[in-house]
Structure formats: C-alpha cells, structure tokens
Design a protein around this ligand. Structure first.
Ligand SMILES: NC(=O)c1ccc[n+]([C@@H]2O[C@H](COP(=O)([O-])OP(=O)(O)OC[C@H]3O[C@@H](n4cnc5c(N)ncnc54)[C@H](OP(=O)(O)O)[C@@H]3O)[C@@H](O)[C@H]2O)c1
Length: 203
C-alpha cells in the first residue's frame, strides 16, 4: 500500500512511519522536513498534497496540538488555536483525503487518552481529543464501503514524558503505540472504531 503519514517526523508519526515502512510505501508529511509538506490547518495545502500524492491507499494523521493550561488561564486564543489545529486540522485531513484516496482505502486520525481520562490543565486538549472520536465514528458511517475511518487514542508516550522531564515509566514507547496505527491501516474489517493503543498492545 502507499501510505501518507502526516506528522511523520514527530514522536508518534516517526514510529508509525518506521513500523509501516517494511511492508508499505510510506510518505512522511510535515510542515518542515519529511518527504512532502502541508499544514493541516490549510485545506488548500492539503488539497495540493493529496492531488500530488495520488493515487494512495491510506492516510494516517499524527499531527495537531492544543493548549495545556488550567481552566482559569485558558484564553479565547488558546481555545481557538486548539480547535483550529488539532480538531479542525484533522477534520480537514479527512474531508480532503476522502476525495483523492483509492476505493477501499483507510483514514486514521489521532485523539488521545485525555479525551476520556482528563487531568487538571487538560480542558482544551480533552475537548479537541474528544472531537476526532465523535467525528471519526460519524464519518465512518457515511464513508462505509468506500473508505474505512478509525481513530487511534494514544496514552502518554514515554519519549514525550522524558522530553518533558517527567517520569517516563508510566508511558508507552512510541514503537508500541505505533502498533495501533498499523492495525488500523492493515485490518480491512476495521472501521468506525476508536482504538485504544493500550488495548492493542495488551491483546
Ligand atoms: N506524545 C504523546 O504523549 C501523545 C499522547 C496522546 C496523544 N498524542 C497526540 O498524538 C499526535 C502526535 O503527537 P506527537 O507527540 O508525536 O507530536 P510531535 O512529536 O510534536 O510531532 C508532531 C508532528 O506533526 C507535525 N505537525 C505539527 N503540526 C502540524 C500541522 N499543523 N500540519 C502538519 N503537520 C504538523 C510536526 O512536524 P512540523 O512541526 O514540521 O509540522 C511533527 O511531524 C498529536 O495529535 C498529539 O496530541 C500524543
């Protein structure tokens, strides 16, 4: 398969691209670096990306971020940025990719553990992590038979916790998280699912 990994230079995206590279043709996309460039906040840039990359069989989105701050410090701009980048960015990915992807292909979005297991300071991120889960399930219904749609929910990643100077022992290595994305891409029966990466590893 030809697989486009958006965010393919990041912690999770690199691991996903590496895991898929042995058996698939992988194109890594980011705003800088990677094989091709796009910003998920821009539908025009995504249109150009997918038109250039077509034909392709799968898109994996491992991009998008949000603001992590206590509720009383989150500004309107923090909410707008989080909604625009992590949530609408991935909505843009699905809406534009669906026009160009091969029949029977798959689109995988990313949510995150903070959607269902919040912590103080995660208000904006919990909001924009929950969004892709609802959107992905609904989009899968409408695209059933043409394109599969799933959402991977990663837990805290060990490498990210280390980079933040936190104890990484409660996290999952990115290479393990990547297995959930590989399942979404390769399991042709899977659609409309929110895949908890912890469940894939412990199965
Ligand atoms: N790491 C964790 O512990 C964790 C846990 C749960 C969920 N998640 C979610 O998993 C996803 C990936 O996280 P990560 O830790 O791998 O992030 P990361 O290391 O910061 O990597 C982000 C990747 O996405 C690209 N990117 C960022 N914004 C983009 C944009 N607007 N358009 C296109 N590409 C963009 C980056 O490259 P450029 O900057 O060059 O564009 C990079 O390749 C995020 O949605 C995050 O919320 C992460």
């Amino acid at each position: 398969m030809k697989v486009i990994v958006i965010g393919g230079t990041g912690v999770i995206g690199s691991a996903v691209a590496d895991a898929l590279s042995g058996t698939h043709e992988v194109i890594r996309v980011a705003r800088k670096g990677g094989d091709l460039h796009a910003d998920i906040a821009s539908k025009d840039l995504l249109e150009r990306l997918f038109a250039e990359a077509a034909p392709f069989d799968a898109v994996v989105s491992c991009a998008g971020s949000g603001a992590f701050k206590p509720l009383d410090q989150l500004t309107d701009e923090d909410f707008a940025y989080s909604l625009f980048d992590k949530l609408m960015g991935q909505v843009n990915v699905l809406r534009t990719a669906a026009k160009h992807i091969s029949n029977g292909g798959s689109i995988t979005l990313t949510s995150g553990v903070l959607a269902s297991e919040p912590m103080p300071g995660s208000g904006a991120i919990s909001l924009v992590n929950a969004g892709p889960e609802g959107f992905g399930r609904a989009a899968a219904l409408e695209l059933r038979g043409r394109v599969r749609v799933n959402v991977v929910s990663p837990p805290w990643v060990s490498e990210t916790l280390s980079a933040m100077g936190m104890d990484h022992s409660g996290g999952m290595p990115a290479a393990e998280v990547a297995k959930a994305y590989v399942k979404s891409v390769e399991d042709g029966s899977l659609t409309g699912q929110v895949i908890d990466a912890r469940a894939v590893v412990s199965a």
